[in-house]
Design a protein around this ligand. Structure first.
Ligand code: SF4
Ligand code: SF4
Length: 340
């Protein structure tokens, strides 16, 4: 006879989740930190993060008799393909392959269906639902929250996508990791190219490259742009420098294999918006769309200081979008040298 705990972990495994842990539904300390972060305005204009706070604080607003949080993780680490050099830009690891929302969403759907077929209530999501996944991952001991704000599984990695399924079945929980495995390390805090950390475990999106290259509609403040380097979608610096990621295991998810690790900046700017949007449909790169990607590509070109980028910058200046034009004007104003 399976215990409720064994039952839930078995269903998670059958649905394709290799990492699954349990927490009791109840208050989580990390949610309080999240509320403070929102109150300070560190979420920039991502207003949805500060909405539906009742549901975020207590899943019983969505699933009345929720007893257990089944916390799921999908590891996505692959080695970065060699730098092709030239006028190319970098994409954050999680976005190299297909959109993880599809992959994880399908597994969650299968899991929810199996649980409901057995008579249990189940509700969950990955990123899109009002759930602070990090808080539940910490409570269930998937990892500890590092100074870089990410959940880190000691001995494995922080290169993970998190999801949560709340269930009406009561089950024995896992224990949280109480030790701070960061110790005196501050590599992420000092390594951030734009100084986005207000302090340990507090990032201000208003200085973060990931926010500006993925979520923001506008061009970042000019003084931050030199720090963007060659990042054209997201930024991995605060994970790449983390010693806990030194021996990260290779992900077994083929959907997340590196397909778009590097983008050819000139080619991107020479391609129509429609063709760019069609190319990245079903991948995370669809989020900023062609206009956002072209804006980001122009910033990266400005940071390359390469005289050969002039035709691409001209294309940016002629683009109908004001934000692309503004990025092109910034790129055009950067000093250039003849490539060696
Ligand atoms: S993602 Fe990049 S810019 Fe944002 S906090 Fe981490 S290192 Fe800084
Ligand atoms: S880089 Fe160091 S301080 Fe930052 S999360 Fe990793 S271990 Fe913690």
């Amino acid at each position: 006879m399976q215990s409720p705990r064994e039952y839930l972990l078995a269903r998670a495994g059958e649905s394709g989740f290799r990492v699954a842990r349990l927490a009791n539904v109840g208050p989580t300390p990390r949610f309080e930190a999240f509320k403070t972060w929102i109150a300070a305005g560190h979420h920039a204009d991502m207003a949805w993060l500060g909405s539906r706070m009742d549901e975020r604080s207590d899943p019983r607003h969505k699933l009345k008799s929720a007893k257990t949080a089944l916390v799921l993780a999908v590891e996505h680490h692959h080695e970065r393909p060699a730098d092709p050099g030239g006028r190319t830009g970098m994409v954050a690891r999680y976005a190299w392959g297909r959109d993880y929302h599809n992959l994880v969403g399908k597994r969650l759907k299968k899991l929810g269906k199996a649980l409901r077929a057995d008579g249990h209530g189940a509700w969950g999501g990955v990123d899109m639902a009002p759930i602070v996944e990090r808080a539940w991952a910490e409570a269930a001991g998937v990892g500890f929250v590092g100074k870089n704000t990410l959940v880190i599984a000691p001995g494995r990695t922080s290169w993970m996508v998190l999801a949560v399924m709340f269930v009406t079945l009561e089950a024995e929980p896992d224990r949280p990791i109480v030790r701070d495995h960061c110790g005196r390390c501050e590599r992420c805090l000092v390594g951030c190219p734009t100084g986005a950390f207000v302090g340990p475990r507090v990032v201000d999106a208003r200085r973060c490259i990931s926010y500006y290259t993925i979520e923001a509609a506008d061009l970042a403040p000019r003084e931050l742009l030199p720090g963007f380097g060659r990042w054209v979608f997201g930024c991995d610096v605060c994970q790449e420098v983390c010693p806990h990621n030194a021996g990260a295991p290779r992900s077994e998810e083929d959907d997340l294999l590196p397909r778009n690790a590097w983008l050819d900046l000139d080619e991107l700017l020479a391609t129509s918006d429609e063709a760019v949007d069609a190319r990245y449909l079903g991948t995370p790169l669809a989020r900023p769309g062609a206009v956002g990607l072209k804006r980001n590509a122009l910033v990266a070109l400005g940071n390359l200081h390469d005289r050969g980028a002039a035709p691409s910058v001209e294309r940016g200046l002629a683009h109908p979008s004001p934000v692309v034009q503004a990025a092109a004007a910034w790129a055009a104003a950067q000093p250039t040298v003849q490539p060696s």
